[in-house]
Design a protein around this ligand. Structure first.
Ligand code: SF4
Length: 384
C-alpha cells in the first residue's frame, strides 16, 4: 500500500467514533477491551491478560456535548466532558472496563462520575502513580500498585496472567515504541517528508489496535516515507509542548504546519510513547515496568520528577531536535499545562528561545486567528 492510501486508511479509522476494529478484535479473540484515559497507562499488563487496551481520545470536534455539561462545572477541559458524553450516548459500549489515573482533579472526578453512572457494566479503576519519583520507595510503591491492577484484571478476566505473558506483551510494546521513535526520527531529520498531522494519524490508530497490528502499519509507513518526492520548504523548526492529554484538532496541527512551522518534536499522544528506552525483559517484569516508569519515562506536566526539572528537559528537547522555537499548544482549562506554562516561559526566555502560546478546545471550527498568530511569530523569527 502506498503512503497516501495508508494515511487515508488511518484517517477513516480515527473518524469512526464506534471503532469497529475493537469489536472485530473482540469477536475474533473472545477477549475484553479496556479503555484508558490519558496520559499514561500500563498497557502491557492489560494486553498480557488477553485484553485489548483502547486509548480514550475524547470526542473530537464532531461530537455535540448535550448531556455531559450538567455533570461538571463550567471551567473543565473538553476531553472530560466529551468522554462522559460518549459514555452517555452508549458510544463506549465496546469497552468492558476503563482506567483513569492520578493526573489532575478533573480526571479524578471523571473517574468517580464513571463509577457512579456506568459501573458495574463497566469496571472502573483508578491508578495512583507515585507523585515523587525521586523517593527511594517509589519503585516499591509502584510495584504494589501494578500488582493490584494485575490482580483486578485477573479477577475480571477469570484467568491468571503469567510472567511469560507479561514479558511477551512488554516485548510487543517495546517494538511498537521503537517504530514510533523511528517515525519521530524522520520527522526531526527530514520534516518535509512526514508532516505532524500524518505522523499523528499513524500514531493515533494504535489506540484501537493490538500492538502487533499497529506495528505493521508503522513498518509499512517507514518503508514508504523515504520514497516520497517532497522538497523542503523555508520553515522554522519548532517543538510543540502542552498537548500531552487532550489532543488538539487535526486542523490546528495542519494550521501550524501551513503557517510555516516544521514541528520536529511534540508531546502528542505522549502515553503511547512514554518510555525513552526499552523496558528491560530480564528479571521480574512488573518490577521492570515500575522501574522504567520511575527512571525511563518522558517528562510531562502530570508527573513531577524533581531529579530532572521539566523546564530543563524542554530546553534539552529543543536543543537535541535542532529547533529554534517552541509552540505551546494547551487545552483550555488544562490546569497541569497552564500551571507549567510560566515556568517553561521563564526558562525559555533565559535561554533566548522564542515561543508562542495557542489555546485550543476540541470543538473548534475556525483557526484563522491562531494561524495569523503563528504566521506573525514565524515572520518575527525569519526576518529578525
Ligand atoms: S486536559 Fe488537562 S485538565 Fe483535562 S484531564 Fe487532561 S490533564 Fe486534566
Amino acid at each position: 500500500m502506498d503512503f497516501e492510501s495508508l494515511i487515508a486508511q488511518c484517517r477513516e479509522m480515527i473518524d469512526n467514533p464506534l471503532h469497529p476494529e475493537v469489536l472485530s478484535w473482540k469477536e475474533k479473540t473472545g477477549g475484553k477491551a479496556v479503555g484508558y484515559f490519558p496520559v499514561y497507562s500500563p498497557l502491557e499488563i492489560v494486553y498480557a491478560n488477553g485484553m485489548l487496551p483502547v486509548g480514550i481520545m475524547g470526542g473530537g470536534n464532531k461530537l455535540d456535548v448535550e448531556r455531559a455539561d450538567s455533570y461538571f462545572g463550567s471551567f473543565v477541559c473538553s476531553i472530560v466532558k466529551s468522554t462522559t458524553e460518549l459514555a452517555l450516548r452508549g458510544d463506549l459500549k465496546y469497552l468492558d472496563g476503563i482506567f483513569f489515573h492520578s493526573i489532575c482533579d478533573a480526571a479524578r472526578n471523571l473517574s468517580f462520575v464513571f463509577k457512579r453512572n456506568f459501573s458495574p457494566q463497566l469496571f472502573v479503576e483508578y491508578i495512583h502513580f507515585p507523585q515523587n519519583p525521586s523517593s527511594p520507595s517509589a519503585v516499591k510503591y509502584l510495584v504494589s500498585e501494578l500488582e493490584r491492577v494485575r490482580k483486578k484484571l485477573e479477577e475480571v478476566n477469570g484467568r491468571p496472567m503469567t510472567e511469560e505473558n507479561l514479558k511477551q506483551s512488554i516485548h510487543a510494546y517495546n517494538e511498537n515504541r521503537r517504530l514510533m521513535q523511528n517515525l519521530y526520527r524522520i520527522k526531526a531529520e527530514a520534516p518535509h517528508l512526514l508532516s505532524t498531522p500524518e505522523a499523528y494519524l499513524l500514531t493515533s490508530v494504535g489506540n484501537w489496535l493490538p500492538p502487533e497490528d499497529h506495528s505493521m502499519i508503522l513498518r509499512a509507513a517507514l518503508e514508504e516515507v523515504p520514497k516520497r518526492k517532497i522538497r523542503p520548504r523555508d520553515k522554522i523548526r519548532v517543538v510543540l509542548e502542552g498537548s500531552f492529554c487532550e489532543q488538539p484538532p487535526l486542523e490546528l496541527l495542519e494550521v501550524v504546519d501551513e503557517a510555516g512551522c516544521y514541528i520536529v518534536d511534540d508531546d502528542l499522544l505522549l502515553g503511547r510513547r512514554w518510555y525513552e528506552e526499552e523496558i528491560p525483559l530480564d528479571g521480574n517484569p512488573v518490577h521492570s515496568l515500575a522501574e522504567s516508569y520511575i527512571n525511563r519515562a518522558r517528562y510531562s506536566s502530570v508527573s513531577h520528577d524533581w531529579r530532572r526539572p521539566r523546564s530543563q528537559r524542554l530546553v534539552e528537547r529543543v536543543k537535541q531536535s535542532g529547533a529554534t522555537a517552541v509552540v505551546f499548544c494547551i487545552a483550555k482549562f488544562c490546569e497541569p499545562a497552564l500551571l507549567d506554562y510560566p515556568l517553561f516561559k521563564d526558562v525559555l526566555e533565559r535561554e533566548g528561545i522564542p515561543h508562542v502560546s495557542l489555546e485550543f478546545e476540541e470543538k473548534m471550527w475556525t483557526f484563522e486567528t491562531l494561524k495569523t498568530s503563528v504566521e506573525t511569530f514565524v515572520e518575527s523569527i525569519l526576518f529578525d
